[in-house]
Ligand binder design. Structure first.
Ligand code: HEM
Length: 541
């Protein structure tokens, strides 16, 4: 995956000599590419390449491809560049990783950072584009730059391929561990007590909820829910109960491997017959007569990362009916009776959606997470973090749809003009942008509140707002995926290619609007929970 380029330099006359099937070179953005052996496998056809053989094909290239294509094929096909300077393809020019981006102005609590990214309006949060902010400091800038450089070079060009293969290379997950990204994605302080791994550009004592936001947001920018859930899905919801509620000896045994990425975990709550209605789950855990074990029987469905997991954070019924009979258990893959099978779903292909069965699994009582019959409380503490993750991802996916669309609208021409010159297309883009920005601004506010409250207080006071924002984020995502698909036309109907991200995200909308609390439940909870809190605060009606 490294971008090794030959240093050879050529003139346009040199390239012009390679203008046939036998030797077919082209120039793209000053880089010289030898397509002789690639022409037969070129998905766009051989003849079209022959037409530009020996010539500067930059304009044609950008008409049909995204930046990711050049990044992916440069190591294989680039043989040098025009002139003395080594060509840097446009795709790479955009990376500009500068972990220590300059702070150009500091006033009161306001900060303004050097503009970053492509500067396409609304395609990145406003503080990336030179607008002032009160939420971020230089450590957030450094993390953003670090994650973007990694995702741009090592992840984004390959996500389509990984999704089709329904897997992400294990090395990528291990790298998440090595970079400290897993340890920083638990919704708690950075857990120095369980790992020696430290983030590369943020002091652990500075790590806050905005760092986790940036990390998730930048990974989501690759435009694949399957990828994000492969890397953060099981961990982000399965590991927090362990760090917060497991016995010290279990934490010491389990957490170092989970934080380094060497072992994996998932959360098993949903069952074939109990989704958002958690209080009715039926998987049983019966204590043995000697009181040393639970015997677990039941099925769990739609479990993210289940096929990869070494550990399962499982909601089970240890008591009577309803929410007061539920406990959480840490079940281990090595325990006989645990079985997993991959499920076929409309989207999220590389996330490993799984059907898990537990048949007479013998689990030591030491693996109880929290107290017996008080598992519902543990599940409740997980919800805000899970939903914030979903909101962050859904809103970046909305931005990806918007960004892909506005960029495409600048090259695609219909009825004699570019799409961007048609008012109807600009209206679509505006309707996406206003929803994305509204969601993003409320999201930043809620993260700011989360940073300022204890977990207990945040759970109680912010639960309603977070539920409402989840519904807003997924409705925005659904709207943007649709509008973007309309702008791309047929390209969003076929898989891969320029509309590839939009086609994939369109299939992934439901995976955001349903789990973690369906839109319907979220909207109701938004008002119910907020009323409860504000009645206690003395609201007058
Ligand atoms: C470095 C050189 C090139 C590489 C590595 C390359 C690679 C690819 C790939 C991977 C695709 C599949 C679609 C996608 O995933 O985006 C594709 C499609 C295509 N390419 Fe190229 N290509 C190159 C140069 C060119 C040039 C110079 C032209 C035009 C003169 C061209 C025209 C096309 C067309 C028309 C398609 C089909 C687009 C569609 O499906 O809508 N390619 N190319």
């Amino acid at each position: 995956m490294s971008n090794q380029q030959s240093q050879s330099s050529f003139t346009t006359e040199d390239v012009a000599k390679h203008n046939s099937e036998e030797s077919l070179w082209i120039i793209v953005d000053g880089g010289v590419y030898d397509l002789t052996s690639f022409q037969n496998e070129h998905p766009g056809g051989k003849k079209i390449l022959k037409r530009v053989a020996g010539k500067d094909a930059s304009k044609m290239f950008w008409k049909y491809h995204n930046a990711g294509i050049l990044k992916k094929y440069t190591p294989k096909l680039q043989i040098g560049s025009i002139g003395t300077a080594t060509a840097v393809p446009a795709a790479e020019k955009k990376e500009e990783p500068s972990p220590a981006a300059a702070l150009v102005e500091v006033k009161d609590s306001r900060e303004t950072f050097e503009p970053f990214g492509d500067l396409v309006p609304f395609a990145d949060p406003s503080w990336y584009q030179g607008y002032s902010t009160t939420y971020y400091n230089a450590s957030h800038v450094a993390l953003r730059n670090e994650v973007r450089a990694w995702v741009d070079s090592e992840i984004e060009p390959f996500v389509g391929e990984w999704d089709e293969k329904k897997d992400v290379p294990r090395e990528v997950y291990l790298e998440m561990g090595r970079r400290g990204y897993l340890a920083g994605a638990l919704g708690v302080h950075y857990p120095t007590e369980y790992t020696d791994i430290r983030p590369r550009c943020v002091a652990v004592e500075q790590w806050d909820h905005f760092h986790e936001f940036i990390l998730t947001d930048e990974i989501a920018r690759a435009g694949s829910g399957g990828l994000v859930w492969n890397l953060l899905g099981g961990f982000g919801i399965g590991a927090p109960p362990v760090i917060k509620f497991c016995r010290p000896e279990v934490k010491k045994r389990v957490l170092p491997g989970l934080l380094s990425g060497e072992t994996r975990i998932c959360l098993c709550i949903t069952e074939p017959d109990a989704g958002s209605d958690v209080a009715n789950l039926t998987t049983t855990a019966k204590k043995t007569d000697d009181g040393k074990y639970f015997i677990v029987n039941g099925e769990k469905k739609w479990i993210t990362n289940g096929i990869y997991a070494d550990y399962f954070t499982v909601a089970v019924r240890t008591g009577g009916d309803g929410m007061s009979g539920i406990s959480l258990l840490l079940i281990e893959k090595t325990m006989p009776g645990v079985n997993t099978r991959r499920m076929n779903c409309s989207g999220m292909w590389s996330s490993g959606t799984t059907y898990v069965t537990f048949e007479d699994v013998k689990v030591p009582v030491e693996n109880l997470i929290g107290k017996e019959n008080q598992g519902f409380k543990v599940i409740m503490t997980n919800f805000n973090h899970e939903r914030m993750g979903i909101i962050i991802q859904a809103n970046r996916f909305s931005r990806v749809c918007y960004e892909e669309s506005i960029k495409y609208a600048h090259k695609r021409r219909t009825f004699g003009k570019r799409l961007i010159d048609h008012p109807v297309i600009r209206a679509k883009l505006a309707n996406m942008a206003i929803r994305i920005e509204a969601t993003h601004n409320w999201l930043e506010n809620l993260i700011f509140q989360t940073n300022s409250m204890s977990e207990q207080e945040a759970m109680y006071r912010l639960g309603g707002a977070i539920a409402g924002l989840k519904a807003q984020a997924t409705q925005t995502f659904e709207f943007c995926a649709r509008e973007s698909a309309q702008i791309f036309g047929g390209l969003s109907y076929s898989r891969g290619g320029q509309g590839g991200k939009v086609e994939r995200l369109y299939r992934e909308v439901r995976a955001y609007a349903i789990p973690g609390g369906s839109e319907e439940i979220m909207l109701d909870l938004c008002i119910r929970q907020s009323l409860r809190v504000h009645q206690a605060l003395g609201a007058k009606f």
